[in-house]
Design a protein around this ligand. Structure first.
Ligand code: PHE
Ligand code: NA
Length: 437
């Protein structure tokens, strides 16, 4: 058997993991979740969940990946038995469904790049324009283009494809977003927007926690690429000299920083244009930013730059989702990388096509795969790692750390009880919300 590929450099791994994390979750999904859940109240809960659950669960995935050097399905077969080996199927299913609509939304962003370059953003026509962009054959076509790009990069293989492209993408995203946030700061509505976004009313949290909590945990898992084995797959290529906790911290901080900046861009523009933050749902960033860019000097170019950044961020995330599903076929079924990638890419394109034709499928797929499968996958994996293979987990988390002391044990017990209990509650709340019982 050929030697397994590995990351050429440590920065290669960090960049790829950050490239997976930073995407539509930060720029498309995060602002509309903040808007739907009433602003700063959501932000506070979200930040607490990133620190309290997101960070420890990244480590859960890392220990499994580095220990087994396998794809998520193979990893669970190697160290688990019985029902535990089935968790991998939740991962592969979640990845398949998420990529199918993720690619559709990425297609919309491509369309908005062209609309900007053609000077076609409008204020009054923005909602109708979005409806046209988000449904019909153009949307299917752009979905196909985006999936073709994902297939091409993943088929080239881990080092030549992913590492190189991410090395260019991630720094570009950070620089452009910061520039846009500084620009947004100069707008008339900025003060009001910052109050809405940054100054929480605790009564809002107290009255709405049964909605805010499940929405925030779903967003936290989605944005950190957790609950479907992406981080298992990436850590499977990582050397034993690495301190996993340090790498998890870098990823969480960068991802959270970029989502936070996306809010600093979106809300001042919205408030300045007089568009209510809570009403547009998945259309929010498209309708409102296009409407706002229509009124700004050089708005067409600015908008094209912004949406191109989003498309680039989406590409590096989509690659990571594809890698989970593809590495399963390669490692477990012995299929070659190129045929595995092409076959799955076409299948994912077909499953996503309804979402390109009708927005309702974006909501359906997103609600099911993200709010339910990801959180459930993270819960089951945390139970497995915390209670079934704790020795392996402790051993793995200590590698590459100079003085771990009792920190490893503290992490383990934190996973075992608070994280597991919180995730059970949140899976229940999300299922309640989705299925309406
Ligand atoms: N984290 C990515 C984003 O924020 C989406 C993603 C979800 C990627 C799950 C991989 C796995 O856009
Ligand atoms: Na993200």
């Amino acid at each position: 058997m050929a030697q397994r590929e590995s990351w050429a450099t440590r920065t290669g791994f960090i960049l790829a993991a950050v490239g997976s994390a930073v995407g539509l979750g930060n720029i498309w999904r995060f602002p509309y979740q903040v808007g739907e859940q009433g602003g700063a109240a959501f932000l506070v809960i979200y930040l607490l969940l990133i620190v309290g659950i997101g960070f420890p669960v990244i480590l859960v995935e890392f220990v499994v990946g580095r220990h087994t050097e396998r794809n998520p399905v193979g990893a669970l077969k190697q160290i688990g038995s019985g029902v535990w080996t089935k968790i991998g199927w939740i991962f592969v299913t979640a990845g398949f469904v998420i990529l199918s609509y993720y690619s559709v939304v990425a297609g919309w962003t491509l369309r908005y790049v062209f609309l900007g370059l053609q000077g076609e953003y409008t204020v009054d026509g923005a909602p109708d324009q979005f409806v046209q962009v988000a449904s019909g054959l153009d949307a299917v076509f752009l979905h196909a283009i985006f999936m073709a790009a994902v297939i091409a990069i993943v088929a080239l293989g881990i080092e030549r494809g992913i590492e190189l492209s991410v090395k260019i993408m991630v720094p570009a995203i950070i620089v452009i977003s910061l520039g846009l946030a500084v620009y947004a700061f100069t707008l008339e509505g900025a003060g009001e927007a910052y109050a809405y976004y940054l100054s929480p009313e605790f009564s809002t949290i107290a009255n709405n926690w049964t909605q805010i909590l499940p929405a925030a945990i779903a967003q936290a898992f989605f944005t950190l690429s957790l609950g479907m084995g992406v981080m298992i797959t990436y850590a499977s290529y990582l050397g034993e000299d690495r301190n996993l906790a340090e790498d998890a911290g870098i990823i969480a901080v960068l991802d959270t920083g970029i989502a936070f900046i996306a809010g600093l861009i979106a809300f001042p523009i919205l408030f300045t244009a007089g568009i209510p933050a809570g009403e547009s749902g998945p259309a929010l960033i498209f309708i409102s930013l296009a409407a706002a860019f229509a009124e700004l000097p050089l708005g067409g170019i600015l908008g094209a730059i912004f949406f191109a950044t989003v498309a680039i961020a989406a590409l590096s995330s989509a690659i990571s989702i594809m890698e989970v599903v593809v590495s399963y076929l390669i490692d477990e079924r012995g299929v070659g990388r190129v045929p595995a990638t092409v076959a799955l890419g076409v299948a994912i394109f077909l499953v996503g096509t309804p979402a390109a034709l009708d927005l309702i499928f974006v909501d359906l797929y997103d609600g099911f795969a993200n709010s339910i499968l990801l959180v459930l996958g993270g819960l089951l994996l945390s139970i497995f790692v915390g209670w079934i293979v704790p020795d392996l987990a402790l051993d793995e988390v200590s590698k590459g750390v100079k003085n771990i002391g009792s920190l490893g044990l503290a992490w383990l017990w934190f996973i075992r009880i608070p994280v597991v209990v919180a995730l059970i509650l949140m899976v229940a709340l999300n299922a309640w919300d989705y299925f309406g019982f």
